[in-house]
Design a protein around this ligand. Structure first.
Ligand SMILES: Cc1cc2nc3c(=O)[nH]c(=O)nc-3n(C[C@H](O)[C@H](O)[C@H](O)COP(=O)(O)OP(=O)(O)OC[C@H]3O[C@@H](n4cnc5c(N)ncnc54)[C@H](O)[C@@H]3O)c2cc1C
Length: 467
C-alpha cells in the first residue's frame, strides 16, 4: 500500500562543500560496468576515482548473488567476449573460484555435457538449441564465487591505480550548462564533491546521467525479464541425491507439491550449485512481477521496499516448504540471501545511437564498434546473425558533455536491452568507456570526439576482440 505523501515542499539552504579530490575520470557505481570503466581508465593513464554506495564491488554479480557470466560464445562455440571479462575469469581460475565447460566443449552437442547443465537447472545460461542443426549446444558460461570475486575486484581496481571509495553514494552531477564537471557524493564523512574531466555513470540506473539532463527511455514491456525485480538466495546442507531420487520416483507427487508451493507464493525452481565444494548447495533466483501486472519501477523507493519485503517473505515460504516436504532438504538452512534486491533493467539513456532489434538483422559493423556480443536469444534471427556489434555512440548521451554511461542503462530499446545488459556486456561497455574517458581527459576534448581508430587500437591492445 502506497503511503500518502504530504504534498508539502521545502527549500534546503545552499551549502559550501569540500572538494574531496580532483581527478581526470570519476566513475559512479562499482558493478560490472563501473569496475570495467575504472580499471580501463586508470590503466589508460587517467587519474581515476571509483565511488560505490555499498561496502563491496561487483554490483548484482556479487551483492545480488548473480554469479553466472553467460553468453561469451555464440551457438557454434565461437568466443566473442574477451577483454576484462576473460581476464577476470583467468584470475578467478588461479583461485579455484570459477567453473565453466572446458574449451573443447564450447558449442558441443555431446549429450553428456548438455545434460549436465540441463540437469543442474542451468539450461538458460548454458544451453541453446541451434536452429541451424536442430540440436542443443553448450555455451561458454562461467559461474564464479561471489566472495572471491569481491576480493579480486578490489585487487584489480587497486592494481590499476584507480582510487576506490566505498560507502559513498553519488547523488548529483556538478554541471556547467550541459557539461558534467564532477559529482556530489554523500557518505558518513558528509556531503563532498569530486571534480573530474569526465564522469562515467555506472549506477545501472543511469541515475547521474539523467540528473544531468540526459533524455531517457523508461518504457519497459511487462513481459520482459527487465521489468521484474528479483531476489536470489542460497540453501545449503541439501542432500541433492535424495531429492532427485524422490523427483524421479514420485514425479506426480513432486509436481503436486510444487503447485502447492506456487499457490503459497513460493518458488519451485532451483539451480544446483556447480561451484567447487557446493555439492550440497542450491540457488533460488526468483523473479517477481509487480502485483498489479505492470512493469516494476526500480526508481520508486516505496516500490523497492514493498518488493524487497515481499521477496524475503517468499524466500522463507519456499525454504520452509522444501524443508518440510521434500526429501533431502530436512537439514538444509539458508546460507545467504542476496543483500541487494535484483534489478534487471530500467531506464536507458537516449544516446547518439540507440540499439534496436533491427541492428541484429543488419550485421552492421559500425565504424565505432566497441564490443561484439554473441546473439543467442532471438531464435531464427540468432541463427542467421550470431553476433551483434555495439557502437561507442550507445554510451554517449545526446547533448550532454563530459559524461559517458557504462552500465545496463546504455542507449537501447528494452527489447534488446534485456538480452544485452548482463555482466559480460556491462564489463565490455565499461572497458570501452573508461578507455575513451582517459583519452578525452588527456586530450582535453569531449568524450564524444575521441578518435575512434585510436580507441579501437587501445581496446585491442587491452585484449578486446573487435572486427
Ligand atoms: C535475479 C537476477 C539474475 C540475473 N542473472 C544474471 C546472470 O546470471 N548473469 C548475468 O550476466 N546477468 C544477470 N543478471 C543481470 C545483471 O546482474 C545486470 O544486468 C548487471 O549486473 C548490470 O551491471 P551494471 O554495472 O549495469 O549494474 P549493477 O550490477 O546494478 O551495478 C551498479 C552498481 O552501482 C552501485 N550504485 C548504484 N547507484 C549508485 C550511486 N548513486 N552511487 C554509488 N553507487 C551506486 C550499485 O550499488 C552497484 O554496485 C541478473 C539480474 C538479476 C536481477
Amino acid at each position: 500500500m502506497r503511503e500518502q505523501q504530504s504534498g508539502k515542499t521545502i527549500d534546503t539552504p545552499a551549502k559550501r562543500i569540500n572538494v574531496w579530490k580532483e581527478a581526470d575520470v570519476v566513475v559512479v557505481g562499482g558493478g560490472p560496468g563501473g569496475v570495467g570503466a575504472a580499471v580501463s581508465a586508470a590503466r589508460s593513464g587517467a587519474k581515476t576515482v571509483l565511488i560505490e554506495r555499498y561496502g563491496h564491488l561487483g554490483g548484482m554479480a556479487t551483492g545480488g548473488l548473480v554469479n553466472i557470466i553467460p553468453n561469451m560464445t555464440d551457438w557454434s562455440g565461437k568466443q566473442h567476449i574477451f577483454g576484462i571479462t576473460q581476464e577476470l575469469i583467468d584470475r578467478l581460475e588461479k583461485r579455484d573460484s570459477v567453473s565453466y565447460p572446458k574449451k573443447a566443449d564450447w558449442g558441443t552437442t555431446d549429450r553428456k555435457v548438455v545434460d549436465y547443465y540441463l540437469d543442474a537447472g542451468l539450461g538458460w545460461f548454458y544451453v541453446r538449441k541451434d536452429l541451424n542443426i536442430g540440436r542443443e549446444r553448450v555455451l561458454y558460461t562461467a559461474v564464479v564465487d561471489p566472495e572471491v570475486l569481491k576480493d579480486e575486484l578490489n585487487d584489480m581496481v587497486r592494481e590499476s591505480g584507480a582510487h576506490l571509495l566505498l560507502h559513498s553514494w553519488g547523488t548529483e552531477p556538478l554541471m556547467e550548462g550541459t557539461a558534467a564537471k564532477g559529482v556530489v557524493f554523500e557518505s558518513k564523512s558528509g556531503r563532498q564533491a569530486i571534480l573530474a574531466k569526465v564522469v562515467i555513470d555506472s549506477t545501472g540506473d543511469g541515475e547521474i546521467a539523467i540528473a544531468s539532463g540526459a533524455s531517457f527511455d523508461g518504457s519497459l514491456d511487462p513481459a520482459l525479464r527487465t521489468s521484474k525485480l528479483a531476489i536470489v538466495f542460497w540453501l545449503t546442507n541439501v542432500d541433492i541425491a535424495s531429492c532427485e531420487e524422490f523427483r524421479a520416483s514420485h514425479p506426480e507427487e513432486y509436481s503436486r507439491l510444487m503447485k502447492e508451493l506456487l499457490a503459497l507464493d513460493g518458488h519451485p525452481h532451483y539451480f544446483k550449485g556447480i561451484l567447487q565444494s557446493q555439492e550440497r548447495c542450491v540457488w533460488f533466483h526468483f523473479f517477481q512481477s509487480h502485483p498489479d501486472g505492470k512493469a516494476c519501477d526500480p526508481m520508486d523507493v516505496e516500490e523497492l521496499t514493498m518488493m524487497d519485503v515481499r521477496a524475503r517473505k517468499r524466500a522463507l515460504i519456499t525454504y520452509e516448504f522444501f524443508k518440510k516436504h521434500i526429501p533431502g532438504f530436512e537439514r538444509s538452512f539458508i546460507m545467504l540471501t542476496a543483500p541487494q534486491l535484483g534489478i534487471q533493467g530500467g531506464r536507458r539513456i537516449i544516446g547518439e545511437y540507440t540499439l534496436t532489434e533491427r541492428d541484429m538483422e543488419s550485421d552492421e559493423v559500425f565504424s565505432d564498434t566497441i564490443a561484439v556480443l554473441a546473439n543467442n536469444d532471438f531464435g531464427e534471427v540468432s541463427a542467421l546473425h550470431p553476433a551483434l556489434c555495439v557502437p561507442f555512440r550507445c554510451l554517449v548521451p545526446k547533448r550532454i558533455d563530459g559524461l559517458l554511461v557504462a552500465c545496463r542503462a546504455f542507449s537501447s530499446a528494452d527489447s534488446i536491452n534485456h538480452c544485452f545488459n548482463i555482466i559480460p556486456h556491462c564489463l565490455s561497455y565499461g572497458q570501452a568507456a573508461g578507455c575513451a574517458a582517459a583519452m578525452a581527459a588527456k586530450a582535453g576534448i569531449e568524450p564524444r570526439n575521441v578518435d575512434y581508430r585510436e580507441l579501437r587500437d587501445r581496446l585491442v591492445a587491452q585484449g578486446v576482440k573487435l572486427p
